[in-house]
Write a protein that binds this ligand. Structure first.
Ligand SMILES: Nc1nc2c(ncn2[C@@H]2O[C@H](COP(=O)(O)OP(=O)(O)OP(=O)(O)O)[C@@H](O)[C@H]2O)c(=O)[nH]1
Ligand SMILES: [Mg+2]
Length: 301
């Protein structure tokens, strides 16, 4: 009996959703960073095995929005829990339970006919004797909102600890059904989107404070130059002229470093060498501009 279904992963920004999905799939399919609000779309990653296929939906971290972008990210996350088989709520073991967690858990309490799992992430960051306390706090979160988690699972996605227990529980709770994607599909993103996400990850990795929120990336062109070489032309957008200077760096040093950092990942994705042309452009205050959000694929048509 083959099983299949949809699993939405939701939680506060930075709680480890994308890292968890990469660990479940066994390959890096969705970008991560130590900055909050890294994920900007409901990204479907596919966990394929001989006995089941789980479509894991990565989502933007739910937060108190201050821009149109923020509001949009929250609604993407919330909508992604509609008609799924399992909702996984993530909470980082090294963070205090806060208002944000209560907000997300309240929406899980209201919605779901789905199974509700709580994954306590990043257990490698706390001592073993703290894990029980973290699990008890997670249980209380659901009880405070009138329900009980179907499962609570402590994991370290970075160390790969207990991830197999989670995938086992996912399998057990999926209904019988056919594969929705071909077995070789790992993520439901166009190639250009995968590349722009990798470039955005490399760009925000080196930035500070609020700058990551201002960064968007578009791939303008992908050209097969030969059997061995693909040329990629992409633009990194920022919101202000001053930010452009930061991204470019002294005599272009920073943009060069971004290119060098991301090239291996894109070459691995394409299985061939690339020529990467990166330029930086200003899209004034785009986080508050719904037309720009459409252009950057954050609002879908
Ligand atoms: N030590 C440790 N760090 C982790 C673990 N999982 C995630 N992290 C780190 O936590 C940070 C946030 O991880 P992400 O996976 O990007 O978090 P997210 O919930 O997807 O964040 P948003 O997309 O911004 O909502 C990154 O720096 C990760 O490396 C873990 O199991 N252990
Ligand atoms: Mg994420």
């Amino acid at each position: 009996m083959f099983k299949s279904g949809f699993v939405a992963v939701i939680g506060r920004p930075n709680s480890g959703k994308s890292t968890l999905i990469n660990a479940l799939v066994g390959k890096k399919v969705t970008i991560t960073s130590h900055h909050p609000n890294t994920t900007r779309n409901a990204i479907r990653a596919i966990l394929n095995t001989d006995s089941y296929q789980a479509v894991l939906v990565d989502t933007p971290g739910i937060h108190k929005p201050v821009t149109t972008l923020g509001t949009q990210l929250n609604s993407i996350a919330k909508e992604s829990t509609d008609s799924v088989d399992i909702v996984i709520f993530t909470i980082a073991a090294n963070e205090k339970v806060g208002k944000g967690d209560n907000f997300v858990v309240r929406s899980i309490a209201e919605s779901s006919s789905a199974k509700r799992f709580c994954v306590v992430t990043k257990i490698d960051t706390i001592s073993k004797d703290r894990i029980l306390t973290a699990l008890a706090e997670a249980a209380k979160l659901a009880n405070d909102h009138g329900f009980t988690w179907d499962e609570i699972i402590p994991v370290s996605a970075i160390k790969g600890e207990q991830v197999w227990i989670l995938s086992d529980l996912i399998e057990r709770n999926l209904p019988e059904g056919p594969a929705y994607y071909p077995a070789e599909t790992l993520v439901d993103l166009e190639l250009g989107e995968q590349i722009s996400e990798l470039i955005r990850e490399a760009t925000i990795a080196g930035t500070l404070q609020e700058l990551p929120h201002s960064i968007a990336v578009l791939v303008n062109e992908i050209t097969e130059r030969s059997e061995e070489l693909t040329a990629i032309d992409a633009t990194i957008f920022v919101e202000r002229e001053s930010q452009k200077g930061i991204i470019v760096g002294h005599a272009g040093s920073n943009i060069k470093a971004i290119g060098s950092a991301v090239r291996p990942a894109i070459e691995a994705l394409l299985g061939k060498k690339i020529f990467l042309g990166l330029n930086v452009s200003v899209a004034s205050n785009w986080q508050r501009d719904s037309k720009a959000l459409r252009k950057f694929g954050i609002v879908k048509e």
